[in-house]
Design a protein around this ligand. Structure first.
Ligand SMILES: Cc1cc2nc3c(=O)[nH]c(=O)nc-3n(C[C@H](O)[C@H](O)[C@H](O)COP(=O)(O)OP(=O)(O)OC[C@H]3O[C@@H](n4cnc5c(N)ncnc54)[C@H](O)[C@@H]3O)c2cc1C
Length: 462
């Protein structure tokens, strides 16, 4: 692990020490207050760390994660899973096209750029993109692992973050903690061997052979798991796939819909009244939560093969338009109660294994409360300014930025990879008080509104 001379406080009540840990680079030691500390190192803060390095700001920035090293949604790294957006929207390219941390540089470094071009992939595999992310992480000496956030405070003009055994002082904080698995309430008492979230599927590797499996959730994760089960050499005895959506609906990645994944639209969306934003997000749901058309095609072909050609189990039961309304233990298995949205009829399916592909919710650390952050009354989320800073009870010169928690304020693109680099550059420019990465106003084919071109100031950060 890379370590720096950071004011350190030993864990579990040991004496406060100043530690100078082994260093593997030639950077001068960090003493005193950092300019920016990022907590959580998923793609969001990894992008920011790469841009800090590009901007020559690595000396006074550090990033911390609770994991032992970089990984990306390992529990869902199913064979054949593909990225749901263009690889050009990598960690840096949209704002720093000549950066050495771009996906093309990765391909060149791995000596397969020509082969990649020849392959003519429509999209990159998630395995390859995860390898790219890990390749970038491996080049950034500002990343610290095994460093869970334990506490946050503001004292003497700077934030103090207790991360693992270290106490870090910083002018600005950037929280990139990602999302945590969300379950229907009725499943929560049953979590364990027979009931798990899709996020942990490959890490838990539940036994499936000969079992009755119910997959809940009609998004991309649910679809990928069902496809995986259908193709398994040792398949389950039965598979039921339940979704409360009216059908297994496709990701809308058509041209005009993709305009919602541009800086121009984010700026427009941010200016809208809260109730209008909520309505639009409902309408735009399938632009982020639908199933990739290629996955739907493969699924349909598999079900067709099993049902009409091979006529062997498990022919899956496909149950869209059904909500899970209850779950009970039943003779060592689980009884899943379903209700049809169309007819109101109920039914029970018995499962040995329930896999909940039921999405994620924003994860904010309880210690954030102590800083007196302002909550949006309509959406119940922290109030974010245009530049992703939270409105909080402290000096404007010290900012807390939130990555990947601004769906209700910044729009449907926020939880996705598409605008990672742009969001990181927006945060960095704001934190440094100058346009390190020129963001300008990129042309949009759609005239969303006039104010999106002219109102560049950040309402909270100003
Ligand atoms: C299976 C899956 C596939 C996806 N595929 C795509 C795709 O193809 N295209 C797309 O646009 N989007 C995709 N997404 C959505 C989104 O791009 C990813 O979820 C992305 O990983 C979000 O990045 P992040 O950095 O915000 O969060 P995360 O990747 O979740 O990273 C958060 C990090 O914070 C750390 N952390 C959390 N709490 C603490 C703490 N208390 N202390 C220290 N560290 C902490 C975690 O260990 C983690 O490393 C996918 C999501 C999932 C779940």
């Amino acid at each position: 692990m890379w370590r720096y001379c950071i004011s350190a406080i030993a864990c579990a009540g040991h004496a406060i020490t100043e530690s100078v840990a082994p260093r593997r680079d030639r950077r001068p030691a960090v003493t005193g207050v950092l300019e920016l500390a990022g907590i959580g190192i998923g793609p969001a803060n990894l992008s920011l760390a790469a841009l800090c390095e590009e901007a020559g700001k690595a000396e006074r920035t550090r990033f911390f994660d609770r994991k032992a090293g970089f990984s990306w949604h390992r529990g869902m790294m199913l064979p054949g899973a593909r990225l749901q957006c263009s690889w050009i929207k990598d960690l840096v390219t949209p704002v720093a096209p000549t950066s050495r941390f771009g996906f093309l540089s990765y391909l060149a470094a791995r000596q397969r750029l020509f082969a990649f071009v020849n392959a003519g992939f429509e999209t990159v595999s998630r395995t390859e993109f995860a390898d790219y992310l890990g390749w970038v992480a491996g080049q950034l000496p500002t990343l610290h692992w095994d460093s869970p956030l334990r506490d946050l405070a503001f004292e003497a003009g700077a934030f103090t973050a207790q991360v693992g055994c270290e106490r870090v002082r910083t002018q600005h904080l950037v929280l990139g903690l990602g999302h945590e698995p969300a379950f229907p309430a009725c499943l929560e008492p049953h979590l364990g061997q027979g009931c798990l979230h899709a996020a942990e599927f490959l890490e838990r590797m539940p036994a499936i052979v000969g079992r009755h499996v119910v997959v809940i959730g009609g998004g991309q994760s649910g679809a990928e798991i069902v496809l995986h089960l259908l193709r398994s050499a040792k398949p389950p005895a039965s598979i039921a796939w339940v979704s409360r959506r009216s059908n297994f609906l496709p990701l809308d990645e058509t041209h005009f819909s993709n305009e919602h994944f541009t800086p121009a639209y984010v700026k427009h969306f941010f200016e809208l009244p809260a109730d209008r934003r909520v309505t639009l997000l409902q309408e735009q749901r399938m632009m982020s939560d639908g199933i990739s058309p290629s996955t739907l095609r493969e699924l349909y072909a598999e079900v067709y093969r099993l049902r009409f050609l091979e006529k062997v189990p498990p022919v899956p039961r496909l149950l869209p338009g059904h909500s899970v309304v209850g779950c009970t233990s039943w003779r060592g298995a689980l009884g899943i109660e379903l209700r049809s949205a169309d007819t109101g009829a109920g039914q029970r399916i018995v499962a040995d294994l329930v896999i909940a592909a039921t999405g994620y919710r924003v994860a904010l650390p309880p210690c954030l409360e102590a800083l007196g952050i302002a909550w949006d009354a309509v959406t119940g989320t922290p109030m974010l300014g245009r530049c992703y800073a939270i409105s909080w009870d402290g000096p404007a010169a010290n900012r807390i930025y939130l990555q990947n928690a601004g769906r209700v304020s910044h729009g449907v693109a926020d939880p996705q990879l598409a605008l990672l680099a742009w969001r990181s550059a927006t945060i960095l420019n704001d934190a440094l008080g100058r346009e390190v990465f020129p963001l300008g106003t990129e042309a949009s084919l759609i005239e969303w509104s006039r104010h999106s071109e002219h109102n560049e100031a950040c309402s909270i950060c100003e």
